[in-house]
Write a protein that binds this ligand. Structure first.
Ligand code: RNT
Ligand code: ZN
Length: 442
């Protein structure tokens, strides 16, 4: 297929609509997407504590070939990165810490445990983002962390939050680009609670302690992620949207909006221009909820398109970081990364190729008929030809060709993992590990 020729025709067609495809591609190629490491291993991490994930996070499926250690995860990521066009960052969780000896407890983690990741990221020209891990831990087993009634448990998690901010700042400095440290906690209740107030007061207090230390803005961006409900927190989530919007505004933090964290018909796209009137920046967790916050692989849905259009139409790209957040173990995990990341980037391209100026003019003239008519006609402009050309230009497989590479890797690398697993049953080391009860420092 002659992608260049198809592109030349497409370019002409867009030019008739006064859209400059070259400019769109230049802009597209400057928007980083943060790829979530946790799609590669079902949010397991490397702590080997044998704890279930918990926190209302549920990964379904048992597709063979889950990454079982840092090297496998990095190998899998390397393939995914070769198949995803455009600048990519990598989003880590604290539970992906590594150590040659015993891992320090979460409240004592430091930059050392992420050195391998940083070296690897620098080798591959990736920026890194970070997340404290407030789940999959004995002290989060009841689903409460920073707003826990027990001051000792609260203190442990506050120290984890403090440690993670320092790690993220050090990572940002080492990678030469600000690291977004996004804080999400699972705290909430399955059933009716009488006291909705005290846990929120405790959360605000804990957060203030975590954020008390001032760290350089050129290496660290603090974000807080809100949620409406979760598995096991259907009736009450301490860190709700109103809570974190208020917190972000009064403490000058970034807000993180996750596409799956609202009512099923509520889109985060419409929130962007409201929130950005008042907060400095937004982190987006691009996900796909199906009936609930199910964390399905991102595809070209109306919701995804609407998010991309909001960022582009309003020139918000420099105040927004885009991260992917989903986990699917029912399909090839590398394919899951690639499908979602390519869909997100393609949605951005499609938004950049919209005849926005023309549509805006109709709107300000009150000509809503033309606005709707052209919006619909523009749907059939040849975005696909521009996308294919872009993939070719940046050196990633065009169209479905990427899947052949994933299939080949599955055959040579993923399936043998299952065979090895059977020979050495399960994750023996993982299950045999006992967590040190160091307790929070006083
Ligand atoms: C949970 C949040 C959170 C997690 C990750 C693993 O509902 O979306 O962002 O998905 O931290
Ligand atoms: Zn999220």
């Amino acid at each position: 297929m002659d992608y260049q020729r198809a592109y030349r025709l497409a370019r002409e067609q867009f030019a008739e609509w006064s859209i400059d495809t070259e400019r769109a591609l230049e802009t597209l190629d400057q928007i980083p997407l943060s790829l979530h490491c946790w799609q590669g291993d079902d949010v397991a991490g490397f702590e080997a504590s044998g704890q279930p994930i918990g926190g209302g996070l549920a990964v379904t499926g048992n597709y063979p070939g889950r990454a079982r250690n840092p090297d496998e995860l990095r190998r899998d990521l390397r393939l995914a990165l070769r198949l995803i066009p455009g600048p990519t960052r990598l989003n880590l969780h604290a539970s992906y810490a590594e150590s040659t000896g015993r891992l320090p407890e979460r409240d004592a983690l430091g930059f050392d445990q992420f050195r391998n990741w940083v070296d690897w990221a620098n080798e591959h020209g990736l920026g890194l983002d970070f997340n404290p891990t407030y789940f999959a831990h004995p002290l989060a087993a009841d689903g409460w962390t920073l707003s826990h009634l027990d001051p000792g448990i609260r203190r442990f998690w506050i120290h984890h939050g403090i440690a993670c901010r320092r790690i993220a700042a050090a990572i940002g400095a080492a990678c030469g680009s600000p690291c977004v440290n996004n804080l999400w906690i699972p705290d909430g209740s399955k059933d009716q609670v009488i006291d909705r107030r005290a846990p929120r007061e405790r959360l605000a207090e804990s957060l203030d302690q975590i954020f008390a230390e001032s760290l350089p803005a050129e290496s660290l961006i603090d974000a807080v992620e809100c949620k409406l409900f979760g598995l096991g927190s259907e009736s009450y989530v301490v860190g709700s949207h109103e809570f974190y919007l208020g917190y972000a505004l009064t403490r000058r933090k970034w807000l993180c909006l996750d596409a799956g964290h609202f009512h099923p018909t509520e889109s985060i796209a419409d929130k962007v221009s409201s929130v950005l009137q008042f907060v400095d920046g937004l982190l987006l967790h691009v996900s796909r909820g199906v009936r609930w916050d199910s964390d399905h692989v991102v595809i070209a849905t109306d919701d995804l398109r609407a998010i991309a259009l909001e960022l582009v139409r309003n020139s918000y790209l420099d105040r927004v970081r885009i991260g992917l957040d989903y986990f699917d173990a029912s399909i090839n995990r590398i394919a899951a990364w690639v499908i979602g990341a390519r869909a997100a980037r393609k949605a951005l391209l499609s938004a950049l190729l919209e005849p926005t100026d023309r549509l805006r003019r109709f709107e300000s003239d009150g000509d809503f008929t033309s606005r709707l008519a052209l919006l619909e006609e523009a749907q059939s402009l040849p975005v696909g030809a521009v996308w294919d050309y872009y993939c070719e230009r940046v050196g990633v497989p065009v169209g479905r060709a990427w899947l052949d590479e994933v299939r080949e890797y599955e055959r040579t690398e993923l399936l043998p993992r299952v065979a090895v697993d059977r020979a050495l049953p399960g994750d023996a080391a993982r299950l045999g590990f006992t967590l040190s009860k160091s307790g929070p420092p006083s």
